[in-house]
Write a protein that binds this ligand. Sequence first.
Ligand code: DC
Length: 227
Amino acid sequence: MTGAPVICVDGPSGAGKGTLSLRLAQGLGWHLLDSGAMYRVVAHACWSRGIDWQDEAEVVKTAMGLDVRFVPDGNGVTVWLAGQEVSHEIRSERGSLGASAVAALPGVRVALLDRQRSLALPPGLVADGRDMGTVVFPDAPLKIFLTASPEARARRRQTQLLERGESVSLPRLLEAINERDRRDSGRSVSPLVAAEDAIVIDSSDLSADGVFRTAMDCVAERGLELR
Ligand code: DC
């Protein structure tokens, strides 16, 4: 399906996919696709234009005409929408809610598919998302499903938000995570589910280094770092 090898890193919010994907991409010298950022930027563009996140026709139109650039930096990607940097805004709690809402619209997922696949360029791509292994890159040579308990994910999310100056209580974050999990797992298109051939890693009791080492063992087993 694509010209370059792809490592898929799927799983629920807060399991550490972003950190793992970035480290894999940096370690291997591969490209990075943060597909969640695509849904986030669609939601942000709709919000700033007063478009309802449930209005599928308008949201799809927005997704198709998106003037967006993802520029790699040392921490992942910087996101530019119509010449304005929106990296911070799209990662707020509002951005998370909006992304989850627009990601449930089938037309939006189709609208973003080609954009995602076009990033599978040599020497390889690390693709971070929910349906990378099941829908976008079904032939990928390595699929990792990274998960963690809701409590561990809520704690991590709180630390992340605090670092950005946003203070949200743990029970509220846990509720938001459970709600998002329900929505991401229960939707009819591309529900959050591990691909049959995915390797499941539970990061609840693992450090970021531990997760990275486990994933690199899988990469070595498949001979991917030698390409
Ligand atoms: O990974 P993230 O938290 O930035 O993702 C934001 C939202 O987008 C989340 O609710 C799940 C959704 N998403 C998706 O449905 N499919 C993807 N490939 C990536 C993200």
